[in-house]
Design a protein around this ligand. Structure first.
Ligand code: 0A1
Ligand code: ZN
Length: 879
């Protein structure tokens, strides 16, 4: 067991830095057995620091200190203390140059923080606190400096040497070595520092900015991936144009570089001018990547690019402000994705993620506000709350202000804070100042954790023609926060008449030209609204477009939901009505309240499948039954097997009853041979693969043949994987084994495809998957040091395979606990993310909950537990 408790850091303890660094001069000598880092800092006292700091304190982690010099004079050991995690230099003058030389071992760095090696190349990851693994430095985002970086390495092994900014010098050195010097003119926090050295090929393009500057765009990859860069490059150019047009943001350096690396803890990183990407988030070709991967790549390329303004030019004062850059940037990339594809589909995807995973996080032991007030390990706070809820909060500001005032606010924010490290409050202030609106109460969205629950009730006075809506809000308690105050909630509303059209929403009896959709602003615990001049009781369409990240409780009847599915003017709410209907039917089966599947659900799906005049992108989404994870989230005490069983029954029933329609849908949406990424083409592929998987689910022989043919003939990975997935989850043992073997034989040399092969097996519904998972861990293609492989097997199994993971004997939990302990020694960040399914133990009924808790306790008792896993496990077990 860990003997000392890691320290908790509090927002209330924030102090401005005692010293500022104006300039950083770095020299990296890269060797096979390690790297020597020479760092020269130009330091001065911060005039804003209250009091006098005698000593300079620099952060460090796993560094071997070789020397310290002040203004060119090497200091004796009595002038500084190397405390391991800190270097304290005593009695420093007001202004000085400090030179520190450290020795590090990138080749042994399995944490993938700081400087490390991935498939033979050197690369870095410094956010949040990785720079301290490279050299001693004030590793906090409010210390912003200009960096000059010289990289030296063997010319043959590492022909490409990169860092932030522009390359200003290069040359030959003795012993077959060479160097390149990079200079970044923009002051930046050290978390945005990056370095790459490797044998990489270059894919190049140019972009002409709105002011006519030509930007050199470069994507660096290993030679085997040279043909997989086009989509990322196109996405980059589209992002650059979009940011100019929608936010007025122009790129500021002459070069923009992206590097793909196979070993990476997260998706990608926005280092100034040198973005580093997880290979799986940048490389794609139609043959090797499915539609979802293409869309994800486009969104992540945009996200990292947008950070150049929202994150880099204007950065965070401290890590409690993480959502300042992440929430805003996710909001920006969501707007971009909506504009590039189908806005309704994008909204459905975002709301699904919020309601399935973020609401669960918000109700769990790690629940925290968008702006947390304490943490032990900041890496644990790259959460759905910071990213996705943070984006929803910005979106609500956009809804409240409208597009013009929001743009005015964002312009003011960028202009006012360019080159600064600021807070979420500064962001809200800029929005207030530009719009004249008071967002005082709105700020609670940043401060209070938990998902508001809106309880909506209505009645209709037919004589007076008045429809009354009462809305009450309640925010549940969360760790460290009780008795919360009402939040400011934009509530988009429509009322449908019996003919399916939107009725005018008259808030006063004599209101002429009343709109048919309104955004009501909820600020009190209870509101009552009256709508006048109605001749019939309307059907309400609530929180249209998911206008706020809230739960809604309203007693819809199934008839009303079917009506909304067919008529709601808001596409999102049509989808939502279908989901609510399916949830209602599944929950009735789980409770045992109903014997069979409600015919009305079958008929609703029949109309969706057989009406080609409907928006097929929306239909493709509406056909997806609510996920098991969402059903767990909605349950008070989740019985994993009962949820799986009921959902499976509904799927069986739909597939049996709609066999003809499914086959027809499959044929209608046949592959025309071209691969396009339009919403229509994506919808067609989604529809044919859904039809196929449903039919294989019920063991349909004809469909098995279709799947085999599709698998063989597919011209793209979406269809090949669609067929493989359907076969893997079918009862056709010989066919599925043949397809799995063939797939591996064909694609074993492509890591991104092998990851998909692992995932489809880890998600398999077949009994005995856990044994198979153990076999996969012993497979030659599995690699414990590669986060993508770990995620594709263990992460998918524990996070996405409800029925196989939640075994009543607890074997899935014990398995996960063992793997978490094993990974904690090599990569604590990955271990901490992997343990998360167990932290939900309170959500599950017995015997599941108790056994999950036991498994969690076994992780807690591990010798030498990392700070990362410690924080998650202890918070989850706390009474
Ligand atoms: N800022 C990146 C995410 C990121 C965070 C931490 C990392 O290492 C621990 C890496 C990347 C983004 O938002 O894309
Ligand atoms: Zn980000």
């Amino acid at each position: 067991m860990r003997t000392s408790q890691p320290r908790t850091i509090y927002l209330s303890e924030y102090r401005v830095p005692a010293f500022l660094v104006d300039h950083v001069d770095l020299r990296f000598e890269l060797f096979e057995n390690g790297a020597r880092v020479h760092s020269t800092l130009t330091v001065r006292r911060n005039p804003e620091y209250p009091g006098v700091a005698e000593h300079l304190e620099l952060d460090g982690d796993s560094l071997k200190l070789e020397s310290v010099s002040l203004d060119g004079i090497e200091l004796g050991a009595d002038r500084y203390q190397d405390q391991g995690d800190k270097l304290v230099v005593q009695a420093v003058p007001d202004k000085f140059g400090l030179n520190v030389v450290t020795w590090i071992e990138p080749q042994n760095n399995t944490r993938l923080e700081g400087l490390y090696k991935s498939s033979g190349m050197f690369c870095t990851q410094c956010e949040a606190e990785g720079f301290r693994c490279i050299t001693f430095f004030p590793d906090r985002p409010d210390v912003m400096a200009r960096f000059r970086t010289r990289v030296e390495a063997d010319r043959e092994k590492y022909p490409v040497l990169l860092s932030n900014g522009n390359d200003v010098d290069r040359g030959e050195l003795a012993d077959g070595r060479h160097f390149v010097t990079w200079e970044d003119p923009f002051p930046k926090p050290c978390y945005l520092f990056a370095l790459v050295a490797g044998d990489l090929v270059l894919k190049q393009d140019t972009f002409t900015t709105c002011s006519g500057r030509d930007i050199d765009l470069r994507i660096y990859v290993e030679a085997r991936n040279a043909a997989k860069c086009d989509h990322a490059m196109d996405s980059l150019k589209r992002s650059m144009r979009w940011d100019e047009e929608v936010y007025g943001r122009e790129y500021d350096l002459d070069i923009f570089m992206i590097v793909a690396v196979d070993d990476f803890n997260m998706g990608a990183m926005e280092n100034k001018g040198l973005n580093i990407f997880n290979s799986s988030c940048v490389l794609a070709s139609p043959e090797t990547a499915a539609d979802t991967a293409f869309q994800r790549i486009e969104a992540i390329v945009a996200h990292e690019y947008f950070h150049n303004w929202s994150g880099n030019r204007v950065t965070c004062r401290d890590w409690f402000q993480l959502s300042l850059k992440e929430g805003f940037t996710v909001f920006r990339d969501a707007g971009f994705s909506a504009d590039m594809g189908s806005p309704t589909v994008k909204r459905i995807e975002d709301a699904t993620l919020m309601r399935t995973a973020q609401f669960a996080e918000d109700a769990g032991p790690m629940s925290h506000p968008v702006r947390p007030s304490s943490y032990m390990e900041i890496s644990n706070f790259y959460t759905l709350t910071i990213y996705e809820k943070g984006a929803e909060v910005v979106r609500m500001i956009h809804t409240l202000l409208g597009p013009e005032l929001f743009r005015k606010g964002s312009d003011l924010y960028f202009e006012r804070h360019d080159g600064q490290a600021v807070t979420t409050d500064d962001f809200v202030k800029a929005m207030e100042d530009a719009s004249g609106r008071d967002l005082g109460q709105f700020r609670l969205w940043y401060e209070q954790a938990g998902t508001p629950l809106l309880t909506v009730r209505d009645d209709f006075d037919s004589e007076a023609g008045i429809y009354r809506l009462t809305i009450e809000q309640a925010i549940p308690d969360s760790p460290g926060q009780t008795s919360k105050n009402p939040q400011h909630i934009p509530f988009a509303l429509g009322l449908l008449g019996s003919d399916g059209t939107d009725l005018p929403l008259r808030l006063f009896a004599d209101e002429n030209d009343a709109p048919s959709e309104r955004v009501l602003e909820l600020t009190a615990a209870r509101h009552e609204f009256e709508f006048h001049g109605l001749s019939e009781r309307p059907v309400p369409s609530l929180v249209r477009g998911f206008s706020a990240p809230v739960r809604v409780d309203y007693p819809w009847t199934r008839e009303q939901l079917i009506f909304l599915m067919n008529h709601d003017g808001d596409g999102f709410n049509r989808w939502d009505a279908g989901q609510r209907l399916a949830v209602d039917v599944i929950q009735a089966l789980i409770r045992g309240d109903e014997e069979g599947v409600d015919e009305r659900l079958v008929e609703a799906y029949r109309s969706l499948l057989s009406d080609p005049s409907l928006d097929q992108a929306l239909v493709a989404k509406m056909l997806q039954l609510p996920s098991e994870a969402y059903l767990v989230e909605l349950a008070d005490s989740a019985d994993a097997q009962a949820i799986h069983g009921a959902r499976t029954r509904v799927l069986d029933c739909l597939a049996q009853a709609l066999r003809g329609e499914l086959l027809e849908c499959y044929r209608r949406n046949g592959d025309d041979g071209s691969y396009q990424l339009t919403p229509e083409a994506i919808a067609a592929r989604s529809l044919r693969n859904t039809a196929l998987s449903w039919l294989l689910h019920i063991g349909d022989r004809e469909a098995c043949g279709l799947a085999q043919t599709q698998y063989q003939d597919a011209g793209n990975m979406t269809d090949r994987m669609g067929a493989l997935r359907a076969l893997v989850n079918s009862c056709f043992v010989t066919e599925r084994e043949a397809a799995l073997n063939d797939f591996y034989q064909c694609w074993q040399d492509d890591p991104q495809v092998v990851e998909q092969w692992f995932s489809v097996q880890a998600a398999s519904l077949q009994a005995g998957t856990l044994n198979h998972i153990r076999e996969l861990l012993a497979h030659p293609a599995f690699d414990w040091k590669n986060p993508n492989k770990v995620r594709s097997v263990i992460g998918v199994f524990a996070g996405q395979n409800l029925a196989q993971f939640h075994q009543a004997d607890g074997s899935g939990y014990i398995f996960l606990a063992e793997q978490v302990c094993r990974l904690d020694d090599s990569n604590p960040q990955i271990a901490a993310r992997l343990v998360s399914p167990l932290t939900r133990w309170r959500k599950f009924a017995e015997p599941y909950g108790g056994k999950m808790k036991q498994a969690l306790a076994s992780v807690r008792d591990k010798e030498g537990l990392s700070k990362d896993v410690f924080e998650i496990v202890h918070k989850s077990l706390k009474e």
